[in-house]
Design a protein around this ligand. Structure first.
Ligand code: GDP
Length: 444
């Protein structure tokens, strides 16, 4: 089951209880928990974790004596919180510092996505004005250096490797020394993997670690491998004691549950997820946002980050967002940027309701609707755009004018206003969330 299906099933299970008109009985909660557990197990989440989550949700809901409507809200909140706890081990990842050498060593099995992810991370830090270099210490896999070289050249990242030196420890040591001398701030070391966990691999990692003394060791874990992820991560933890995880291949068919269990088993935070083969397919991981997106609640902060990384114009929007505001003008900027960004599928899930819309009507039709949303906002006056949308509620005739001006319908205009209101609400929630998460992630 892919992650989107998991989200949909959990949502449906919760909605069944919370949208009923009758009061919630214990049997209803049991049915909901059974369905949530089944969905998680089918996504490869470890059974112990699923049982723990189920008991914990049940205890919180049953022990709480809140009646009626509030009880339903409590159910939604509890499920959300417990799912967040599943992917949040609450450990603090290392935060690279400016004006000093931060050595980041990558470990993981062959094919996990290490080499690809090294470049993604390098680009990520380069965009944030760090001086970044890549070292290829993978002398085991033929072609590994060429792959890194090609990726690094394309992304304009300085790199180091050797066609003649066969000792990976030596290559790593020389490369890191060279970049340190040249005052590089982030030095990423790609190590070799093996198809399986072998003694030599772990020995080699320990030796490279001793030679380059990394400030951070990152395990790259294939998000699509299912149950074996947990055992794999534990084996790596024992030898390399990594402090952070990057999950790859979280696009497409990734079930993700195995990797989520790996986080819990090793008590190590996920810092990024890879969502495709290209450099830009890389997202900062925040537990709450991940779960919001999974459940189709939208991920406005992720969207902003994505736009930010593309250096598109949205200064005011970020400022407003940080202050917990989201005007129609901000919405217009976001929508226009989205149309520039493409592919739509990648970002649709970050906007509330958009992921569902894409699934129902397809990318082409969704893109058309998005354009109509932009026409709608183009037809608004400056005063309207700068507002929080209340102006339309006070004077509904404005809605008719905008619909006429943009060649759309009143319902479409109302839909835009509705989505902007939802985003504004999220901006407020995210503001408090960002405050609590500050320092929890290299992004913050
Ligand atoms: P390594 O052996 O660990 O260095 O793995 P590579 O970086 O060579 O990646 C193995 C394969 O996985 C390559 O075909 C990559 O393009 C692909 N890959 C890496 N990350 C992702 C990702 O996030 N999503 C998808 N779909 N493919 C990925």
């Amino acid at each position: 089951m892919v992650l989107a299906d998991l989200g949909r099933r959990i949502n449906a299970a919760v909605a069944q209880v919370t949208s009923s008109t009758t009061s919630v009985e214990e049997a209803d909660i049991d049915t909901m928990l059974k369905e949530i557990s089944r969905a998680l197990l089918e996504s490869d989440v470890n059974i112990k974790l699923v049982l723990k989550l189920r008991d914990s949700i049940k205890k919180k809901i049953v022990n709480d004596k809140t009646p009626g409507l509030n009880k339903k809200k409590l159910i939604q909140k509890t499920v959300f919180d417990e799912l967040c706890a599943l992917v949040d081990c609450e450990a603090q990842p290392y935060k690279p510092k400016k004006n000093q050498a931060n050595v980041i060593m990558f470990v993981g099995l062959q094919g996990a996505g290490k080499t690809t992810t090294c470049t993604k991370l390098a680009v990520y830090y380069q965009k944030r004005n760090f001086k970044v270099g890549l070292v290829c210490a993978d002398t085991f896999r033929a072609g590994a250096f060429d792959q890194l070289k090609q990726n690094a050249t394309k992304a304009r990242i300085p790199f180091f490797g050797s066609y003649t030196e066969t000792d990976p420890v030596e290559v790593a040591r020389i490369g890191v020394e060279k970049f340190k001398k040249q005052k590089f701030e982030i030095i990423i070391v790609d190590t070799s993997g093996r198809h399986r966990q072998e003694k030599e691999l772990f020995k080699e990692m320990v030796e490279i670690g001793d030679a380059v003394k990394p400030q951070q060791t990152v395990m790259v874990l294939d998000g699509s491998i299912g149950q074996s992820a947990q055992q794999q991560a534990q084996a790596f933890k024992e030898s390399s004691n990594f402090g952070a995880i990057i999950l790859t291949k979280m696009d497409g068919e990734a079930k993700g549950g195995g990797a989520i269990s790996a986080v819990a088993a090793t008590k190590t935070p996920i810092i990024f997820i890879g969502t495709g083969e290209h450099t830009q397919d890389f997202e900062t991981f925040f537990p709450k946002q991940f779960i919001s997106k999974l459940l189709g609640i939208g991920d406005i902060q992720g969207l902003m980050e994505h736009v930010k990384s593309l250096n598109l114009d949205q200064k005011d929007t970020i400022k407003n967002f940080q202050e917990g505001k989201f005007t129609l003008n901000d919405f217009q900027t976001q929508m226009t940027n989205i149309l520039k960004m493409g592919p739509l599928a990648q970002i649709a899930n970050m906007i509330p309701g958009m992921g569902d819309m894409m699934n129902q009507i397809g990318e082409e039709e969704a893109s058309k609707r998005l354009k109509r949303m932009v026409y709608i906002m183009d037809s608004m006056t400056k005063q309207e755009l700068d507002s929080d949308g209340q102006i339309f509620i006070d004077e509904p005739s404005r809605i008719i004018r905008v619909a006429r001006g943009s060649g759309t319908t009143v319902t479409e205009v109302e839909m835009v206003l509705f989505q902007q209101r939802m985003m504004a609400r999220m901006a407020k929630t995210n503001m408090s969330m960002m405050n609590t998460q500050k320092g929890r992630n290299p992004m913050a």
